[in-house]
Design a protein around this ligand. Structure first.
Ligand code: ADP
Ligand code: MG
Length: 259
């Protein structure tokens, strides 16, 4: 990934912290439901964390709090040493630093693929149009959909759309990428083409938080598995430890159902 290495070489001073994402005792309720309970989670620069757990355990809410699509009731979240901004331009910049890929692709339906990957660059990063398009084409090539640039999202397969969504997020040069079940809405034959792009990103050193049920991906790409149940982090371990020797009954029960 040439652009990333260029960025790294030109980075200048050492980063202020290697703790890229820090959640410190985060709590959140939806009405009476205590959806995130005392969440402490630190993600190091370059780390790939896979979040797994039963449906309704709070995984999506956790992701959404990290780019402030959801507010929290208490506790602190910092990205690269800075607290999450509340609103306005600062928030837009934060969202650009934290790339998000959703289950349902969420591309702009009335924009072409190329426009989807160009828009954030020109609007938020203030990149000029020509440079933004050039970067978009490079990224689209990299995720294997360079020849789809002038089509509209509905003309693409789900796997292609999701790869465009990844390119769109990467176009903002995010510090961290969040993936919330990025392959759950895909037909089986398209899952691997998306996982391969994610695997490549992981190898290139992108910091990633990935909610997924793809245990093969967790085993091969994750530095750490975080297991959630009922709004809590119940267990954290390396993939090897977690899959071969889960400690909690909740994790054992969960794994027995999915493996
Ligand atoms: P997961 O992604 O692990 O399936 P979610 O974070 O989506 O879990 O949801 C956790 C719990 O919070 C679920 O019980 C869900 O119904 C509830 N929930 C999620 N979003 C909202 C919301 N906007 N309002 C009310 N309840 C919500
Ligand atoms: Mg979810």
């Amino acid at each position: 990934m040439s652009e990333v290495s260029v960025t790294k070489d030109a980075r200048g001073p050492e980063p202020a912290t290697d703790k890229l994402v820090v959640l410190d005792n985060v709590n959140k309720h939806f009405g009476a439901l205590h959806v995130l309970q005392d969440i402490d989670l630190t993600i190091a620069r370059g780390e790939v964390v896979v979040v797994i757990g039963p449906s309704g355990s709070g995984k999506s809410t956790l992701c959404r709090t990290i780019n402030r699509l959801e507010t929290v009731d208490s506790g602190g979240i910092t990205i690269d040493g800075k607290p999450l901004p509340q609103e306005g331009k600062e928030l837009a910049r934060l969202r650009a630093d934290v790339g998000m890929v959703f289950q349902s692709f969420n591309l702009f339906a009335h924009k072409t693929v190329l426009e989807n990957v160009t828009l954030g660059q020109t609007k938020v990063r203030k990149t000029d149009k020509q440079a933004a398009e050039q970067k978009a084409r490079t990224l689209l090539d990299r995720v294997g959909v360079g020849n789809q640039a002038d089509k509209y999202p509905a003309q693409l397969s789900g796997g292609q759309q999701q790869r465009v969504a990844i390119a769109r997020a990467l176009a903002m040069d995010p510090k961290v990428m969040l993936f919330d079940e990025p392959t759950s809405a895909l037909d089986p034959e398209m899952i691997n083409e998306v996982l391969e792009v994610m695997q490549q990103l992981a190898q290139e050193g992108m910091t990633m938080v990935v909610v997924t049920h793809e245990m093969g991906f967790a085993r091969s790409a994750a530095n750490r598995v975080v297991f959630m149940a009922d709004g809590r982090i119940v267990e954290e371990a390396t993939p090897d430890q977690f899959f071969s020797n889960p400690r909690s009954d909740r994790a054992k029960d969960f794994l027995s159902k999915i493996l």
